[in-house]
Design a protein around this ligand. Structure first.
Ligand code: ZN
Length: 338
């Protein structure tokens, strides 16, 4: 039935991302990613934690102990991974970040101070991205191709800011099992204009790699993030529950095998201050061993998956913003508290 009549303006016309064609011999992909948040993730939540030795030491475990341990694991299994690094972490641990780059891993952008980007205006967010770019360049001579937002919180204007700066990909969104070409909307640098028509696949601006109007999106999901399993820092971060590495390994293995059957991309997000702990690092080894058993699984960097995705010339798809249900007068308008 055609979508006509009341509510039509609310319809989401976005086309689901289809499975992509992988390189010859490949049936699915897996990326190990490490967000080197260190102190910034905690300080953004509570800057006064700067004066507290225990939380700061909990976070510095990541670059000081977790990263070297993880680099050793990756070398042992001959895997190249992607490290998303806040600029502040690069400034605080320059030799650690250089060691990651020198080992041949991908370094990607993860904000400057792990800022809370929810509601951040485009001008401020642009300055944040630029400061992060400068830090990675100054410290490691790296110009990252990829971006992951702190807590994966992209604003609708963020893809435009990334495209303007020549980024190849983002890895923060959750509306697909498969990597895809993300259309960068014409309102990328600002808010939706009043009276704008609903946009979907048909009305999104079309673009090609490198023209500033499209990014590759390599999607993520909360179930493949070690934060939910292990983060525990009373009063600051985490769920207040520390899960067993055996449980995390079981969850991640089930998802790995299911995504492999779908021909999709398995995107594991770990934090060195969490997964760098000994028994968790061993669980990661068991997961890697299972990965290596799966036929046709391409274990590689996010940058490689993104570059391949962009090489396919896919029609970019939009990730459209919901519109306010104007007839429902009891629903608060944007900015009002319920
Ligand atoms: Zn992070």
């Amino acid at each position: 039935m055609a979508d006509t009549g009341p509510g039509t303006e609310l319809v989401n016309n976005t086309v689901p991302a289809a499975p992509i064609t992988w390189p010859s011999g490949v049936t699915a992909a897996a990326c190990l990613t490490f967000d080197v948040d260190a102190e910034a993730a905690v300080l953004t939540a509570d800057i006064s934690a700067m004066d507290r030795m225990m939380p700061m030491s909990h976070q510095s475990y990541g670059p000081l102990v977790g990263v070297p341990r993880i680099l050793g694991i990756l070398q042992r299994y001959d895997i190249k991974a992607t490290f998303f690094v806040p600029g502040y972490t690069a400034h605080r641990y320059p030799s650690v970040i250089r060691a990651i780059a020198e080992a041949g891993h991908e370094i990607a952008h993860h904000s400057y101070f792990h800022e809370n980007t929810v509601g951040m205006d485009a001008k401020t967010e642009a300055a944040m991205i630029d400061l992060g770019l400068k830090a990675l360049w100054d410290v490691a001579g790296v110009r990252p191709l990829g971006y992951r937002a702190p807590m994966w919180e992209l604003n609708y204007h963020t893809p435009g800011l990334l495209a303007e700066r020549g980024f190849l990909y983002d890895s923060s969104l959750m509306d697909s099992d498969h990597p895809y070409a993300l259309a960068v909307g014409e309102h990328a640098a600002g808010e939706h204009a009043a009276g704008e028509e609903a946009t979907g696949q048909g009305t999104a601006r079309q673009g090609a790699a490198g023209d500033g109007r499209v990014l590759a999106e390599v999607p993520v999901s909360w179930g493949l993030d070690d934060w939910e399993q292990y983060a525990f820092l009373p009063g600051l971060i985490g769920t207040g529950l520390i899960e067993s590495p055996a449980k995390a390994l079981e969850m991640w293995t089930l998802e790995l095998e299911a995504l492999h059957r779908l021909g999709a991309v398995f995107m594991l997000c770990c934090h060195p201050f969490l997964s760098g702990r000994p028994s968790r690092a061993e669980a990661l080894c068991r997961l890697i061993e299972r990965m290596k058993e799966l036929p046709g699984l391409w274990i590689t960097t996010v940058g490689d998956v993104a570059a391949h995705t962009m090489s396919l010339g896919l029609t970019p798809r939009a990730c459209t913003q919901p519109r306010h249900p104007r007839d429902a007068y009891w629903v608060p308008a944007k900015g009002e508290r319920p």
